[in-house]
Write a protein that binds this ligand. Structure first.
Ligand code: MG
Length: 158
């Protein structure tokens, strides 16, 4: 079996009064991500992990933030397009693991909804998708609530 592993990392700044969408789920909060798309930091990290596994570049190469086509776009659409690229090459997703670093709000109540949304978008079983959340103990840009970051790894099989 041919196995490929990929890593992704993404950051977005937070600003008052914007929608907060993470892992395909809209979360009630006073701040949201500044972005050209809906700013879904978890999905962007997962896209880069999937693309990285096949050395297909990164999300910015596929979906340029200068393109009107992607303004305000639901990142689930981008993720589905990335999975199409994976499947076109004969690979399937073995598993995806994502960690989100955010001080506030608590993400735990939303984790299972994120896993379900991501799994449905990628067309895989929920037990192949892990989402974890951590604070950064009030340190760094996440801890100061200036931004949110996400790491992801993906394993592909053919
Ligand atoms: Mg991004």
């Amino acid at each position: 079996m041919d196995m490929r592993i990929g890593h992704g990392y993404d950051v977005h700044a937070l600003a008052e009064g914007l929608r907060l969408v993470i892992g395909g789920v809209e979360i009630e909060h006073t701040k949201g991500c500044v972005a050209h798309s809906d700013g879904d930091v978890a999905i962007h990290a997962i896209c880069d992990a999937l693309l990285g596994a096949l050395a297909l570049g990164d999300i910015g190469k596929l979906f340029p933030d200068t393109s009107e086509e992607f303004r305000g776009i639901d990142s689930k659409i981008l993720l589905r397009r990335v999975v199409d690229e994976v499947e076109k090459r004969g690979y399937r997703i073995s598993n995806v693991d994502c960690t989100i670093a955010m001080q506030r709000p608590k993400l735990r109540p939303h984790i299972d909804a994120m896993r379900a949304a991501l799994a449905a978008t990628m067309g895989v079983e929920c037990d192949r998708v892990s989402v974890k959340a951590t604070t950064t103990e009030h340190m760094g840009f996440e801890g100061r609530e200036e931004g949110v970051s996400a790491h992801a790894v993906a394993l592909l099989c053919r």
